[in-house]
Design a protein around this ligand. Structure first.
Ligand code: SF4
Length: 269
């Protein structure tokens, strides 16, 4: 029997709403959006985000920008791309590992991290993640996100292929770069102390998931604002709970848009 696999996205689902985790990860449900207007917007943002990530990947593997620019691109992407080219946040020195996947084991499971870029100069490692949201999250919010914890922990634990040892956490940092806020990148440094905290936290989370079996054990979130961006809101009877125009007042909840279109590894078992 294969060990269960988890990504930052699936663990974030569990933390945000256990019922959403159950629908997405245990049942592999893909529920249609509540109305066509929302669906169109959602799909457009996902598509634009994917194109933007692909273009950066092409640039990082050496394709000249003028050849990438020759593609017909989405209007959202055109602006993000121009911003990126004018503010490239990665130094040309060192080794690039774009669109890189690492797997490490924890709590009898596999933890999978798919990175936009790992940049390595000498013994220093920087994880880059490209974001296209209008929202600029606070550093404290980003530090708590599963993406930050999983990405830093997985790199420190697994190291890069070809290196015989794990990487010292103090040599790793993670930079979120925002196409709508190119001069306000957020960088989070790692430490041995934080790695131990993350290990315990992730073990507890995965153990908790493995104990739950039945749908009723996967409780719906009490935070109904999260339902606004959820594809299952009709299924859950949470449709129309919070007007869309109130969401920006709620800090991180508005960041559902922030993570929209993020790449995910294939579904976990
Ligand atoms: S609609 Fe709300 S309660 Fe239902 S799965 Fe989505 S976030 Fe959870």
């Amino acid at each position: 029997m294969h060990p269960p696999r988890y990504s930052q996205a699936s663990l974030q689902d569990f933390v945000d709403c256990r019922r959403r985790f159950f629908y997405r990860r245990n049942l592999n449900l893909n529920w249609p959006a509540a109305n066509i207007e929302t669906a169109d917007d959602h799909e457009q943002k996902i598509l634009a985000g994917e194109i933007f990530h692909t273009m950066i990947h092409q640039l990082l593997i050496g394709i000249p920008p003028n050849e990438i620019n020759s593609m017909e691109i989405h209007p959202y992407v055109e602006r993000w791309w121009t911003t990126f080219l004018n503010n490239i946040p990665v130094a040309k020195t060192g080794r690039m590992h774009p669109e890189f996947v690492l797997t490490t084991s924890i709590a009898n499971s596999l933890l999978i991290a798919k990175y936009d870029l790992i940049h390595n100069v000498d013994e220093e490692y920087t994880i880059f993640d490209w974001k296209t949201s209008k929202t600029l999250p606070k550093e404290g919010v980003l530090r708590k996100r599963l993406q930050t914890r999983v990405y830093l922990f997985a790199l420190a634990s697994a190291g890069l292929p070809g290196s015989s040892t794990a990487i010292r956490p103090e040599k790793i940092k993670m930079t979120y770069w925002f196409s709508e806020h190119p001069h306000q990148a957020v960088t989070i440094r790692y430490s041995q102390e934080q790695k131990l905290l993350d290990e315990t936290y992730l073990e507890d989370l995965i153990s908790e998931i493995s104990r739950l079996k039945l749908i009723d054990e996967f409780e719906k979130t009490d935070n109904r604002r999260l339902c606004n961006y959820c594809e299952f809101k009709v299924l859950c009877g949470r449709d129309g709970q919070t007007p869309e125009n109130q969401i920006d007042d709620f800090g991180f909840e508005s960041d559902a848009e922030f993570f929209l279109g993020e790449d995910e590894p294939s579904p976990e078992s």
